[in-house]
Design a protein around this ligand. Structure first.
Ligand SMILES: Cc1cc2nc3c(=O)[nH]c(=O)nc-3n(C[C@H](O)[C@H](O)[C@H](O)COP(=O)(O)OP(=O)(O)OC[C@H]3O[C@@H](n4cnc5c(N)ncnc54)[C@H](O)[C@@H]3O)c2cc1C
Length: 309
């Protein structure tokens, strides 16, 4: 199922565009779940200026969605109307300056954790185990093992839907648990983090421990999206899911992980609808058994198959 091609029109409106703009590009390969339909147009800007130029020049009613490494995403089976932005090469720099690290949004979190370790900067080890990139960490306030993005972020840069560039302080991000209060249309283009002086060997040992613990407790080699639901105040989502009898539950080609029941897994032939329906079934059963409303942590984007045109 394909969308009408809007890329030609967008190209005509942006004669100085340097990045790549492609019609009807499959997104399944760009997500950990390996499901979902196409992007109506996929745009890979060369750099921040190219992104700002594009966003300022295209009609305001074209929806724009940004994706990172797709480790926290369900792209629905009908795909994503409008433009999907994916940041690549021009957003992949990492620079260390004293106790500060500046990184592009396409840099995997693990790379920032390693750069910090090599420079003897403590406080960023938690990024070792998060399989996304910095753009996703900024948007999700990604965190693990007692640390989160909010604790180490100094500032970020972003481009809004009209192509304006913003510099944001930590306070401007309005962070709460796995949530960033910056308007949804802001696309992050850089981040500066600050840690504290630490011992390289101690930081390396801390990172090894995180790796071991993840391998033992999470289905990290499966097609998954990480923690499906946020931990409700005073509860652990996985305990509520377990209590509701959902461990191992299957809907279509999707299953609640036997290893960590807040993870959903694509068994191989799942559709996005299977995964989303499984998640909704879990939410319903948890509500019945514990009275708690689970809130999706995974971002669900795009349209179901029936609504794509
Ligand atoms: C095995 C596994 C383990 C995980 N463990 C953890 C964990 O311990 N802690 C944790 O916090 N998360 C965890 N996650 C979830 C996920 O890795 C994080 O949420 C990560 O920060 C998402 O980054 P991403 O690049 O994959 O973003 P995506 O999944 O591609 O996108 C996530 C959201 O970020 C937005 N986004 C992406 N890039 C940008 C940008 N440049 N500007 C603005 N918005 C952007 C997207 O629009 C979307 O809303 C895990 C996932 C998996 C699969």
């Amino acid at each position: 199922m394909n969308f009408p091609d809007i890329s030609q029109d967008l190209r005509t409106r942006t004669p100085q565009l340097r990045g790549r703009l492609l019609p009807n590009q499959s997104l399944a390969e760009l997500t950990w779940f390996r499901v979902g339909g196409p992007a109506q147009a996929l745009f890979m800007p060369e750099d921040e200026a190219d992104l700002a130029y594009f966003l300022g020049a295209i009609p305001a009613d074209i929806p724009v969605t940004v994706v990172g490494l797709g480790s926290n995403l369900i792209v629905r089976d009908g795909g994503i109307p409008g433009v999907v932005v994916r940041l690549g090469r021009g957003f992949s720099d990492v620079k260390v300056d004293g106790l500060r690290i500046t990184a592009g949004p396409a840099v995997p979190d693990v790379k920032v954790a390693r750069a910090a370790q090599e420079a003897g900067i403590a406080g960023l080890s938690f990024m070792r185990g998060i399989p996304g990139a910095i753009g996703g960490a900024l948007r999700m306030n990604g965190g693990a093992y007692g640390g989160e993005t909010k604790d180490v972020l100094v500032s970020a840069r972003a481009v809004d839907r009209a192509g304006n560039i913003h510099v944001l302080s930590n306070a401007d991000m309005h962070y709460t648990y796995r949530h960033c209060g910056v308007p949804e249309d802001f696309i992050f283009t850089a981040a500066t983090f600050e840690g504290r002086a630490g011992d390289r060997a101690v930081i390396a040992a801390e990172m090894d421990k995180i790796t071991e613990s993840r391998e033992a407790t999470q289905p990290i080699k499966s097609r998954t999206g990480g923690s499906t639901f946020k931990n409700p105040p005073g509860h652990k989502a996985w305990q509520l899911i377990d209590k509701a009898g959902c461990r191992g539950l299957i809907v279509g080609g999707a299953q609640v992980s036997e290893l960590h029941c807040n993870f959903l897994i694509n068994l191989g032939a799942a559709t996005a609808a299977d995964i989303e329906n499984l998640g909704e079934t879990v939410r319903k059963r948890v509500k019945e058994s514990s009275g708690v409303d689970l809130d999706w942590e995974i971002k669900r984007i795009g349209v179901p198959l029936s609504r794509a045109s």
